[in-house]
Ligand binder design. Structure first.
Ligand code: SF4
Length: 246
């Protein structure tokens, strides 16, 4: 069983509670599903939300959902972890990998793959009366998405800590937006959280990786760049953002 240790507060839990409170992510009686990809971020998120559930006065339900994309990975490590920690787990098989790589032969497979995965997560969640999906986007992801939007699309913005899917009537929350990827890696290693190696041919060959490298370079010159960029996202002057008349 996951056991709470006081040192977790300073190390990561206080920042997760802060994100949850800053954006009102979890309310009493919510049924929250963590989208478990098999990667480090989502298992870390599950580990943290279980600790928050154990130590919070907020009474909420916690469930794991793994959308099997069809890359023939073995989900046993996730299954065993959820059994050991009394967390219900739903595994949904899909043919998303086949659609993205064979049927559509997408030039930018990650965009369609993520869209289909989010759609599957929302569909399964609705079926099980889940009202919130928690996604494992960390603070590096926030900034990489911002850089991608600015440098590749010419658009200012990243994903919001909370979003709402009107069509499916379900909320998405991102409780680990204040946590650095390097800390997640170290916690996952230290506590032997189960990570399943991706077999996707696009893994680590994405534009996101370019943006990751860019952030590393930026931090060589401005060591607190990550913190400053994150704070700029909620500290902007709308008067000085350009709005065209026509
Ligand atoms: S790396 Fe592979 S699994 Fe991940 S979003 Fe891209 S296509 Fe999908």
């Amino acid at each position: 069983m996951i056991k709470f240790q006081k040192k977790y507060n300073k190390l990561f839990l206080n920042n997760i509670r802060k994100a949850i409170d800053d954006y009102g992510m979890i309310q009493p009686y919510d049924k929250v599903a963590v989208g478990l990809s098999g990667g480090k971020d989502s298992i870390f998120l599950l580990f943290c939300l279980k600790l928050i559930q154990l130590t919070s006065i907020k009474n909420f339900e916690l469930i794991g959902i793994h959308i099997d994309l069809g890359f023939s990975i073995d989900p046993s490590p996730l299954k065993n972890y959820c059994i050991d920690h009394h967390i219900p787990l739903i595994i949904e098989k899909t043919n998303i990998a086949d659609v993205v790589f064979n049927e559509r032969k997408e030039k930018n497979p990650c965009s369609l793959c993520s869209k289909l995965r989010r759609g599957a997560l929302a569909r399964v969640s609705k079926k099980h009366h889940i009202n919130k999906i928690a996604l494992g986007h960390n603070s590096d992801d926030v900034i990489e998405t911002l850089f991608m939007n600015v440098l590749k699309v010419g658009k200012l913005g990243t994903f919001h800590p909370n979003s709402y899917n009107h069509e499916k009537d379900i909320s998405m929350i991102r409780p680990i937006i204040y946590i650095r990827e390097v800390l997640i890696e170290s916690i996952v290693d230290t506590y032997h959280l189960p990570v399943i190696k991706s077999t996707c041919p696009m893994d680590k060959k994405t534009t996101r990786q370019e943006m990751k490298n860019l952030l590393i370079q930026l931090e060589h010159v401005y060591p607190d760049a990550q913190q400053k960029i994150l704070s700029a996202l909620s500290n902007y002057d709308p008067k000085n953002l350009w709005k065209k008349e026509l």
